[in-house]
Design a binder for this molecule. Sequence first.
Ligand code: DX5
Ligand code: ZN
Length: 216
Amino acid sequence: MKKISPSILDVKKENLISYVNQLIEWNIDNIHYDVMDNKFVPNSALSFEEIKSIYNKCPSHKMDIHLMVEDVFYYFNLYKKFNAILTFHYEAFKNKESLQEIIKKAKEEKVQLGIAFNPDTDVSKIIPLLKDFALVLPMSVYPGKGGQAFIENTLDKVKTLKEFITKNNLNTIIQIDGGIKDFNIKKCFDAGIDLAVVGSYLVNNFSFETIKKLLN
Ligand code: DX5
Ligand code: ZN
């Protein structure tokens, strides 16, 4: 089933709550929250307080929190209480041990994990990790800001991921993030994604019609 996970990164701060409420009213049950630490990427995004306030004020929904951060353990502890999928970047792990440690910690604390990877990272590095992650996120732009152009070769990575997931009977969800618009979303679903993150395109064309167009 085709699904989108709207990113609220480019929504005006004063409209965050009403934007999320409207999405939920339109039966969008999955929302993408971008967090940046000004180190892993030279930018900041949603704050902990903003995400907490949405969590407290809006109806319950599936949250996927995309953590573009260096200190994975600090952010794991901060965000684990939201009952969300916490997606960290492969590139943020300094070594195999820290990656295994977060997998172990998440299992113990029953937190769902996602693994994102940058356009320059080879998909072969991610394949062996899939069994331990609820979600995989090949980035279709360099992380750090909304409104960038879609990188086409991400589709080959999606196909490779999909093939492996199917062959090995895994439940890992494939997401894609960056540059998704009405004219390229179909080829992402055709390549095998389950969940498309849509940021600026939906913010700039915010209507139920746009959502229908993205999902048809
Ligand atoms: C970028 C973020 C995205 C961003 C996508 O680093 O991870 O989630 O909001 O925005 P668009 O859809 O405008 O590329
Ligand atoms: Zn994102």
